[in-house]
Design a protein around this ligand. Structure first.
Ligand SMILES: C=CC1=C(C)c2cc3[nH]c(cc4nc(cc5[nH]c(cc1n2)c(C)c5CCC(=O)O)C(CCC(=O)O)=C4C)c(C)c3C=C
Ligand SMILES: [Fe+2]
Ligand SMILES: [Fe+2]
Length: 376
């Protein structure tokens, strides 16, 4: 009697919380505080989609341990942890609110965050979605440009977790896998650049070099045909089009890890190179991130800010997209068009890399290839 009453109560609670559309936001995540640096790095180095290492399970904790002191120091310098969760949750809340207004037929919307290497991890979030009674969800990547090592990895993890927690496919999924050239994204970047350019004296403004900086990729990933470099370049090209090619610009690559070959030119080499060439001012634009974290706050602001100073070159960074309402408008337009289209992923998503060694470059052959889109 008591048990059935409890079950009924749980069911009623689930119905009360049940969103019509769940928005599952995917990103890498970051350590909340210094104590979480080690588990974050261990999760990251355990991911064969990101870094394939022989004997991965055994080596990942060892590699992480060696890296912890250096990376802890970096997080300490940006306030003791990554703000990525705070920004992602805020983006999600604003997006769900906006969607309720924009798309009453799919409301109420509720956002969930599923990080790959830090809390809230995919598994914990899927358990929560099941408890909320979710039966329609959109896996929405917060990497604008697709890579098998980022969005691909998040989708593979989601697939693995769903096999455990939703084996009967109670949740109907569709996927927003990339949005590198969406006009809302492009315009938001262009507006942020214009705001920063306006801070320069008029006579210097047009000579400011725009340095678009994106997270680099190992050449082994580039050479297997990963679409990320081309998609990042496409974002840059569209932004420059909107700006009317007002300034000289280059695309450069940051955050290389380890001794293997990575896609260049490196952001720090470009700073030194332009200083030597007599360029007066650089304005850095993080073009592959949608919020602040260690790569913007430590690497771009502190590390490269210092490098620029040492080399006597003017250096600023445009503000990250974070919770800019223009950016939230872009996200809601992407989601609204996706829901209205009834498609389950972009057609680019169905194509595998020509020589991808990642076992994971085959998302459409698994869960997401099913006709899982439930029409509202
Ligand atoms: C577009 C975004 C990113 C791509 C592409 C990417 C590829 C990539 N990264 C590593 C290794 C590391 N990345 C680390 C941190 C980190 N990476 C991204 C984004 C992309 N990575 C972000 C946003 C962050 C910071 C998270 C935060 O602070 O919130 C780290 C940890 C830091 C460090 O030890 O230097 C590693 C390691 C590889 C190997 C890779 C491509 C295959
Ligand atoms: Fe990274
Ligand atoms: Fe691939």
């Amino acid at each position: 009697m008591l048990i059935s009453g409890l079950k009924g109560f749980r069911r009623a609670l689930a119905t009360a919380n049940k969103p019509k559309t769940a928005i599952f936001l995917m990103n890498m995540g970051g350590p909340h505080d210094l104590d979480h640096v080690e588990p974050f790095l261990t999760n990251l180095f355990s991911d064969g989609d990101l870094i394939p290492i022989p004997f991965q399970d055994q080596l990942a904790p060892w590699i992480s341990k060696r890296r912890v002191p250096k990376i802890k120091e970096q997080y300490a310098k940006i306030g003791g942890g990554s703000p990525i969760r705070m920004w992602t949750e805020k983006q999600g809340e604003m997006l769900a609110k906006k969607m309720d207004l924009l798309s009453p037929s799919t409301a109420p919307h509720k956002s969930y965050v599923g990080f790959r290497y830090a809390a809230p991890l995919t598994e914990e979030t899927i358990v929560q979605m099941k408890q909320d009674g979710v039966d329609r969800a959109v896996a929405f990547t917060l990497y604008p440009q697709y890579s098998c090592s980022t969005t691909g990895s998040s989708l593979n993890e989601l697939h693995r977790i769903l096999k455990i927690h939703d084996p009967n496919h109670k949740i109907h999924w569709s996927v927003i896998d990339r949005w590198a050239t969406h006009p809302g994204l492009v315009n938001t970047f262009a507006e942020h650049i214009k705001t920063s350019l306006a801070e320069y004296p008029e006579e210097e403004r047009k000579d400011v070099v725009l340095l678009f900086s994106a997270h680099s990729l190992p050449m082994s990933v580039v050479n297997r045909g990963d679409s990320y470099p081309g998609e990042v370049a496409a974002t840059v090209s569209k932004v420059m089009e909107v700006l009317g090619h007002s300034n000289p610009y280059r695309l450069v690559w940051q955050s290389q890890v380890g001794p293997s070959a990575w896609l260049g030119p490196k952001t720090d080499d470009a700073i030194v190179g332009y200083a030597k060439k007599g360029v007066k001012n650089l304005l850095v634009v993080p073009i592959a991130f949608v919020s602040d974290h260690i790569e913007t706050l430590f690497e771009l602001d502190l590390e490269y800010g210092h490098l620029a100073k040492e080399n006597n070159i003017g250096y600023k960074r445009v503000e990250s997209l974070n919770a800019d309402p223009l950016f939230i408008d872009a996200l809601s337009d992407i989601l609204d068009s996706h829901l209205k289209s009834g498609s389950h992923c972009s057609n680019q998503f169905t194509l595998r890399c020509p020589s991808c060694t990642s076992a994971k470059c085959r998302h459409t052959k698994n869960y997401f290839s099913r006709d899982t889109v439930k029409k509202h």
